[in-house]
Design a binder for this molecule. Structure first.
Ligand SMILES: [Zn+2]
Length: 87
């Protein structure tokens, strides 16, 4: 089975909660909405296709939450997505 491996390579501290993952007051903690409590945002990813090797930046998109969107794949193409690391 073809596999797509996603590796997060760069992060930055969430500017909304300053990396705490929490933007409430000390007496009322609230999970930060921007980073969903992680305290970090993704700024870089590497996507490796078992068929084509490391994909160029232009063939995918990603957001600060680490969701990756493949741009030039057919809908009916079967592949398995793996995450090499988490954040
Ligand atoms: Zn945050």
């Amino acid at each position: 089975m073809r596999t797509i491996t996603i590796r997060y390579t760069a992060f930055r501290d969430c500017p909304n909660c300053e990396g705490r993952g929490d933007d409430g007051a000390s007496w009322r903690p609230v999970k930060c909405k921007r980073c969903r409590g992680k305290g970090k945002l993704v700024t870089g990813v590497e996507v490796e296709d078992s068929l084509r090797g490391v994909l160029p930046d232009s063939s995918y998109d990603f957001n600060a939450m680490g969701e990756v969107f493949l741009l030039d794949f057919d809908e009916d193409e079967e592949f398995e997505v793996r995450r090499a690391n988490t954040f």
